[in-house]
Design a protein. Sequence first.
Length: 303
Amino acid sequence: MIGFAGAGKVGAASAFEVASMGLDDISLVDIIPGLAEGEALDISHRLSDAGIDVDVKGSADFAALSGADLVVITAGLARKPGMTRMDLLGKNAGIIADVTKNVAKYAPNSVILMVTNPMDAMTFVALKSSGFPKARVVGQGGVLDNSRFKYVLAKKLGVSRGSITSMVMGEHGENMIPVASHTYISGVPLTTLLTEDEVQQAIDDTRKVAADVIAKKGATIFAPGRSVARMANAIVNDTKEVLAASTYLEGEYGLSGMCIGVPVKLGKGGVEKIYEVKLSDKERDWFNKGADTLREALATLNL
Ligand code: NAI
């Protein structure tokens, strides 16, 4: 069973995507009375028409997460227009500490998939509060950022999004790194197709496009839902897909004591391997800047 702690906009959209793929039974939990049950019914009715027979339930009680193999956490506050993800740090840290203690109580063998922002910091809070081994706490950010990078590049180059191989790593925030030095269009290096200025423009556009969506419609919903489902599929079906995700580092990339986005292999046990990729000097600087931002943020949290 896949649990969802938080059945707001992103929690519901993620559950909808996961249910539509028929991955597993689903249990949604939210503190707003009736919300999780309502979303579960709505999703269930949609599944009937598709002939998908997974069971979707909703509850306001964390005990409903009992026995979950994977718990997706979207509980907490979302940013409003004009806010950065880091502006949510203090309030969401308390919520996530509380939520992950409940996850550890009711689903002690689960993998936690963190979505709540600031996601890298919240992944670290979840790791500490749950007491889970590092492999079983992972954060979603890079998959979504990469969808946005592909969108920007496809528009710029006039090519199919499906022919782009790319990755966005580092902090899921202002210092994210669309890794242009390792981006290919069916094997053709991106850096041979765009000038340095054009590449930088694509990177800048990728970084700010979420804020743009939030300014226009109040939240990002569908794209995060799909990104969560992709990671859930890799974990539940043990696919060993390699994706950028936030994980606890112990010396990789010269960093320790924090969670940040790097390429990982995902399977039933969560993060099964961390890959180290050579970055350009500029990309390395951004990576370190993101790490510095996270270190400063974590220092304020009293963990
Ligand atoms: P939302 O406000 O629609 O939903 C949040 C839900 O969490 C609410 O229904 C609320 O009742 C619930 N909640 C709060 N405290 C809770 C608790 N202690 N236990 C259970 N449920 C609790 O917000 P939305 O748009 O769904 O965003 C959720 C989070 O995901 C935000 O922090 C947002 O910034 C983040 N996000 C992260 C993305 C990523 O790629 N990592 C992408 C998009 C959003």
